[in-house]
Design a protein around this ligand. Structure first.
Ligand SMILES: [Fe+2]
Length: 278
């Protein structure tokens, strides 16, 4: 079995939540349609991957010093997003977790000398960068056991990449079909105005990023990531992208790419891309 059944770059723009609101509600806009449709298509790709577990790295699960892996056996709660309560409010979630997978990830991290913490607490909440794509699009039935892993501000791109490698290593040791989901923008120069797009030069860089990813040019992409992240001010310094690359490259799998969509949100660029293990 491939050490990684699939890798997914997704988005968490609040106004895409919920699906019904996105298509029919007052937030609906044709500007957002490509990404909404892309998220629906990505949900189909996730279903096709038949995951036994999903490790989710959201740019809004932010820790300062340690990387936190959430091994809570049941993620249950109701989310109102702190920074967008008018859009994401009262969204219930109830996902199984995977304590064993989370504990193995932490063991790998500790063995590599990384500062990390295993959470196992029914009060540890899911953030909107996790809930938005997962609940609204990628696993609406809420059946796939989920292991959230934080973006850590003290971790550089190398450390974030290392955590991605751990995800693939742990996946390879298990008999489970494990997927990795990175939830975050590519270019991320935010401005007020939800429909505003990145500057053309940043869109160009976003497209280059996506092309390299889809073409399987992972080494080249990893070498370029620091410059890309600096120039485009990628969300969370591109740590989620580094973790995605770490997972993909460590797995050594051949992936079939699907570039579902690209779209704007308040000046940021957002790609929806699925890589399914061949
Ligand atoms: Fe974000």
């Amino acid at each position: 079995m491939s050490p990684l059944a699939g890798a997914f770059l997704t988005v968490h723009t609040p106004r895409y939540c919920t699906l019904e609101a996105a298509y029919e509600g007052k937030l609906a806009s044709e500007v957002f349609r490509p990404v909404r449709d892309g998220l629906v298509a990505q949900g189909e790709a996730v279903a096709q991957a038949r995951l036994d577990a999903a490790v989710v790295n959201s740019c809004h699960l932010i820790t300062t010093f340690p990387t936190v892996v959430d091994g809570t056996p049941r993620h249950r709660g109701v989310l109102t997003a702190q920074e967008a309560p008018e859009i994401i409010h009262g969204v219930p979630y109830d996902y199984p977790g995977d304590y064993d997978l989370a504990a193995r990830l932490i063991a790998r991290g500790k063995a590599a000398g990384r500062q990390c913490v295993l959470a196992n607490d029914v009060h540890y909440p899911l953030d909107y960068g996790t809930v938005m794509p997962m609940v609204c699009y990628l696993d609406r039935a809420q059946r796939t056991p989920m292991v959230p892993i934080s973006v850590c501000l003290s971790a550089d791109l190398d450390e974030s990449y290392g955590w991605g490698r751990h995800v693939a290593q742990v996946a390879g040791e298990s008999d489970k079909r494990v997927g990795f989901v990175a939830s975050g923008s590519v270019s991320h120069k935010l401005v007020r105005g939800p429909e505003r797009a990145p500057r053309p030069e940043d869109q160009e860089l976003d497209h280059r990023f996506a092309r390299l990813l889809a073409d399987g040019e992972f080494e080249k992409l990893w070498g370029w990531l620091p410059e890309f992240a600096r120039t485009t001010q990628a969300e969370m310094g591109g740590r989620h992208l580094a973790m995605l690359l770490g997972a993909i490259m460590e797995s050594g799998s051949r992936f079939v790419p699907a570039v579902h969509a690209y779209g704007p949100s308040s000046g940021s660029g957002n790609y929806v891309i699925s890589l399914l293990a061949a």
